[in-house]
Write a protein that binds this ligand. Structure first.
Ligand code: GLN
Length: 490
């Protein structure tokens, strides 16, 4: 039954409709695969009983010819999403065994459409990281290995568990969150497709907050079409999140396969960064040729404030994080460590509950927001953010439909390889943070392998709320590059 786990989401959907197999069989195959892949540490919580119950209910609906667009399809949920009666921790010790009495809007939308929950996936603590190494539950091991080597590699982060679960066939697709690249970077590292939609496209309600003005949910999948199918269900208006737009959700799947003839694609010259490996540049060139061959027109564009995006992001994101994480005080959620008095209890709880990277962000954030430094850091970073957004607006106003860039400055690195200097880790986000700062949609599509046999991705950046063009262009890259799957060793 293992071949059931290798199906795409679209194939599984069509197979269920044709009654080639049941949702119960499809789910059982995935649960068995998850059990055999525990060495990868992709899931921090498996929910086999819930999965079996949901699959049974799906089969009953399918038998009557009913069911939603995701009926019976097994999906994994990043541990940043609150799931009702199922432990939700953001992979932080401070949330302990926190079990929310409510469901996040996005995961709720998936269950409304018939999806089956397999479990919660591992991620960096509060989604702060690029390698999944800050998780309280330990790192995720990538299903990919360098040719001829057993060195354990990172699947990227923060959604490392989601990316791994999709790449290793431990679910048909998964949800992720992206604040500075946490969907697109792990997608690029694992040969999967990941899209961060426009800010406001998916509700943030019930997603554990990292940096509220940047956080956005999105799908991981093995094909562009599958990502389009999942995003359609995830997205949509929600009165519970005032930043979530009240706009109908297009049928994104229709955009897959649509001609890209005549689209003007911007190539931002500032993304040619110093020290970028030649193979990344070559991949970028290839991507340009593929789009050109499909009838798109390539135009060099300038986004002059690009180099300020990373430093500005590492002020804005920690500032918002320090404020969002103030709620973890030992009173309401998860962990409590007793102290001499209530202040002592707060301090002891936070010291024991937060990991090193989270503490670093809280301290940076508190510092940049403090009286005397606010104007010099936070306010200035916000102004830079406006300039970054304006760069994109000007390029789009000149008739550019989307932009093509590399997704990451390198392929996946080894676990522990970037442990020392936090800035070294932050540099991973150079190509992705601009998109969050500007609130735009960005998709990462697998585009090739590096010299060591590891996947590399290309990023397409779109106009606000024009995810459809990204799916059309993404499919052109997918058709040209092919799909990439790791050899099973686990
Ligand atoms: N790597 C970035 C950070 O650590 C982005 C993380 C994310 O998108 N959640 O902040």
């Amino acid at each position: 039954m293992s071949e059931l786990t290798a199906l795409t989401l679209a194939e599984a959907r069509d197979g269920l409709k044709k009654k080639s197999f049941s949702a119960a069989e499809l789910t059982a195959a995935h649960l068995a695969a998850i059990e055999q892949a525990r060495a990868l540490n992709a899931y921090v919580l498996e929910t086999p009983e819930q999965a079996a119950d949901m699959a049974k209910a799906s089969d009953a609906r399918l038998a009557k010819g009913e069911g939603g667009p995701l009926e019976g399809l097994p999906i994994a949920i990043k541990d940043m999403f609150c799931t009702q009666d199922v432990r939700s921790t953001a992979c932080s010790h401070i949330l302990g065994e926190f079990t929310p009495p409510y469901e996040s809007t996005v995961s709720g939308n998936l269950w409304r459409d018939g999806a089956v929950m397999l479990g919660k996936t591992n991620c960096d603590e509060f989604a702060m990281g690029s390698s999944n190494e800050t998780s309280y539950f330990g790192p995720v091991i990538s299903p990919w290995r360098r040719r001829g080597s057993n060195t354990p590699l990172t699947p990227g982060g923060s959604s490392g568990g989601a990316a791994t679960a999709v790449a290793a066939n431990l679910c048909l697709a998964a949800t992720g969150t992206d604040t500075g690249g946490s969907i697109r970077q792990p997608a690029a590292f694992t040969g999967t497709v990941g899209i961060k939609p426009t800010y406001g496209r998916c509700s943030r309600w019930g997603i554990i907050a990292f940096a509220s003005s940047l956080d956005q949910a999105g799908p991981f999948a093995r094909t562009v079409r599958d990502a389009a199918i999942l995003l359609r269900s995830m997205a949509g208006p929600d009165a519970k999140d005032t930043t979530c737009v009240d706009m109908p959700v297009p049928d994104y799947e229709v955009a897959v396969g649509k001609s890209v003839k005549g689209l003007r694609i911007g190539i931002p010259k500032e993304y040619r960064v110093d020290g970028m490996p030649a193979e990344i540049d070559e991949l970028w060139q290839k991507g340009q040729e593929w789009l050109k061959a499909a009838g798109a027109e390539l135009v060099e564009v300038s986004l002059p404030h690009t180099k300020l995006a990373l430093p500005a992001y590492y002020i804005v994101a920690p500032a918002e994080a320090s404020s969002n994480l103030a709620r973890y005080d030992g009173v309401r959620y998860g962990l409590r460590v007793e102290g001499r008095d209530i202040t002592g209890m707060y301090e002891a709880t936070r010291a024991a509950g937060f990991g090193k990277e989270v503490r670093r962000r809280v301290m940076i954030g508190t510092y940049v927001l403090s009286a005397g430094y606010y104007d010099a850091y936070y306010l200035r970073a916000q102004k830079v953010r406006t300039l970054i957004k304006r760069d994109f607006e000007q390029a789009f106003a000149s008739g550019i439909h989307a932009m093509l860039t590399p997704a990451t400055p390198s392929a996946a690195f080894g676990l522990g390889e970037k442990g020392g200097d936090p800035v070294e880790m932050y540099l991973n986000d150079v190509f992705t943070v601009t998109v969050n700062m500007a609130g735009l949609p960005g998709i990462s599509v697998p585009a090739g392998l590096d010299a060591q046999g590891l996947p590399l991705g290309l990023q397409l950046i779109g106009r606000p709320f024009d995810e459809e063009t990204l799916f059309s262009l993404g499919e052109v890259i997918e058709q040209a590059a092919g799909r990439f799957t790791p050899d099973r060793w686990w």
